[in-house]
Design a protein around this ligand. Structure first.
Ligand code: M6R
Length: 369
């Protein structure tokens, strides 16, 4: 049932292009518009929303962090993202004009369920993004957008994450379309790019051998740091989470702009630091700033592992290891940038002799608070 792979995780990583394509299937019509019939919150209600709040845990929370960039950019609605376990204990400000989005692969995560119940008690509408048909979270929500990743068996979430991202982009674009805000050429172009993104994920998967090789050389390290900016920041957090879960290594993700406010003190000779580089096109200021960050940490002895777009030559002189990803619009980059980090963590776990599909102390769905 592992389809010839040693672990479910490897199988699920390989299934990502299909999972992404399946999650898009039937949701973009021939003219390039979105049709999301499953979102059963009337357009009239969606037009009156004045705030979006996303609640989720773990990897799903990282998807939510990325969704915030997309929602705010394409809809101009303020969007907050919060760990479900923190949410209801701080008396959050919610009302009927708040759209709450609960993201969960299993649909059974107790923290997320309690957060959405709290939101509904305050009169907010809840939209679930979920991978498990008929599970509790979608059952208790006002509407659901299912991700079509298929069953995810490995404890570490991979294909569910990519499909959560796709679902979040669809919701952001749908809200933009319904509300008529910023619905211009950029959005149409993004919908086009989204339709072909599974091919880009496939291409990344085809280039992972050097990443595996590199991971094996790092098996005896104690710490790996991850840096990113903009949507690359949650990607860095996700890379660090995968490494903690699977390799039981100390791993931390930072917003690259925060380096000089503290974390740069951690940099020492030969410390592996993975850097997710934003596209040099579009928000090029961010790109240039992160290139300076790479220079700074390398000057202090870090071993730089750089994930950058094809054709980005500015990073070449400062990358000890360079991992190329296809050119994608800035907001969609996490769909391709996360894949090498999953492969990296999986290979490190194997090299360290860990149980990949069932890491110690973890359960696939956390049904207690
Ligand atoms: O089923 P959910 O998406 O609600 O689960 C949330 C987290 O428990 C989950 O993403 C966890 O962080 C994974 N093990 C990450 O790989």
């Amino acid at each position: 049932e592992k389809g010839g792979y040693d672990y479910f995780m490897l199988k699920e990583i390989a299934e990502q292009p299909k999972a992404v394509a399946d999650t898009l299937l039937g949701r973009i019509d021939g003219s390039g518009s979105l049709t999301l019939d499953e979102v059963r919150i009337p357009p009239r209600v969606l037009r009156e929303i004045d705030k979006v709040v996303i609640v989720a845990c773990g990897t799903a929370f990282h998807a939510g962090m990325i969704a915030k960039y997309a929602i705010e950019h394409w809809t101009r609605l303020p969007c907050e993202v919060e760990l479900a376990s923190e949410f209801r204990y701080r008396d959050p400000i919610l009302d009927a004009q708040t759209l709450v989005i609960a993201i969960s692969q299993s649909g059974e995560t107790m923290d997320t369920l309690m957060a959405l119940r709290h939101a509904r008690e305050q009169g907010s509408k809840v939209l679930a993004i979920c991978n498990t048909n008929g599970s509790t979270i979608p059952r208790e929500s006002d509407a659901v957008l299912y991700t079509h990743a298929g069953p995810e068996v490995a404890v570490a979430s991979t294909k569910a994450f990519l499909t959560q991202l796709v679902a979040c982009y669809l919701v952001a674009l749908y809200l933009g379309q319904t509300r008529g805000t910023k619905w211009g050429d950029e959005i149409r172009a993004v919908i086009r790019d989204l339709s072909s993104i599974s091919g880009a994920v496939e291409r990344v998967l085809g280039t992972m051998e050097p990443v595996r090789k590199l991971a094996r050389t790092l098996a005896s390290k104690d710490t790996v740091l991850f840096l990113g900016r903009h949507v690359g920041y949650p990607v860095a957090l996700e890379g660090a989470l995968k490494l903690k879960e699977l390799a039981y290594m100390h791993a931390e993700g930072f917003a690259a702009g925060e380096l000089k406010h503290g974390p740069i003190a951690l940099i020492e000779e030969d410390l592996p630091v993975v850097v997710v580089v934003p596209s040099p096109r579009g928000r090029s200021v961010l790109h240039d700033k992160i290139v300076s960050n790479i220079q700074e940490i390398r000057a202090r002895g870090a071993r730089t592992i750089v994930i950058a777009e094809e054709g980005d030559e500015a990073v070449v002189p400062y990358a000890d290891h360079l991992i190329r990803i296809p050119v994608t619009p800035t907001l969609l980059q996490p769909l391709v940038a996360t894949v090498p980090l999953q492969v990296f963590a999986c290979e490190l776990a194997t090299a360290r002799g860990n149980e990949v599909d069932q890491p110690r102390n973890l359960a696939k769905s956390v049904t207690v608070e």
